[in-house]
Design a protein around this ligand. Structure first.
Ligand SMILES: [Zn+2]
Ligand SMILES: [Zn+2]
Length: 191
């Protein structure tokens, strides 16, 4: 089995999350990582219990769908909800963030942003990231990176995402992370 790098591993996670998006305008996924551990994930989706764009159509105001909370915000809000510190963390996102998310990412204390696809990269976002001293790195990702993943890995990741979504206890999440890490053993901390 070909081993994937940490960057591709976390970016794969974000691409899996993007597949859960409920707004078809843009499927975005975001993963927050600290010390090479996934601490949260998000995708473009409605508020909990709300109707989905994929069912009812988008709610568009001034050219933007206002029904969904962006993936980056959802990931950060998940940390807020469950009291997980984000200071110094890294974020892997499928698309370059919008201006609102850019400021939220900076203000949350995230220090490194990896993005896979350029998406209307706003000059003001780039300027603000630079002023805030955030490291922004382009990590191109192709879906074929997902193909080598074994069914077992996919299933474990799915369980981990679900556990994070429902706010499972940390022991459950840690045990899933351990199982996943066993599939990516040794010198894992070297890029
Ligand atoms: Zn929508
Ligand atoms: Zn956004």
């Amino acid at each position: 089995m070909e081993r994937i790098s940490w960057d591709h591993y976390f970016m794969a996670q974000s691409h899996l999350l993007a597949m859960r998006s409920t707004c078809t305008r843009l499927e975005v996924g975001a993963t927050i990582v600290r010390d090479k551990r996934i601490i949260a994930g998000g995708y473009n989706g409605s508020i909990s219990g709300g109707v989905h764009c994929i069912d009812e159509g988008c709610y568009v105001i001034d050219g933007h769908c206002v029904r969904t909370i962006h993936a980056e915000m959802n990931a950060i809000l998940q940390c807020a909800k469950f009291g997980v510190p984000v200071e110094g963390a890294e974020m892997y996102v499928t698309h370059f963030p919008c201006l609102h998310c850019c400021r939220t990412i900076i203000q949350s204390g995230i220090k490194t942003l990896y993005y896979a696809n350029d998406y209307k990269n706003h000059p003001y976002a780039i300027e603000q990231f630079r002023e805030a001293g955030l490291t922004v790195k382009h990590v191109p990702f192709h879906n074929q990176h997902l193909n080598p993943l074994h069914e077992e890995q996919k299933e474990l990741m799915h369980q981990l995402l679900h556990a994070a979504e429902v706010g499972a206890d940390s022991a459950t999440i840690a045990s899933l992370q351990d199982k996943i890490e066993q599939l990516y053993p040794s010198n894992a901390y070297q890029r």
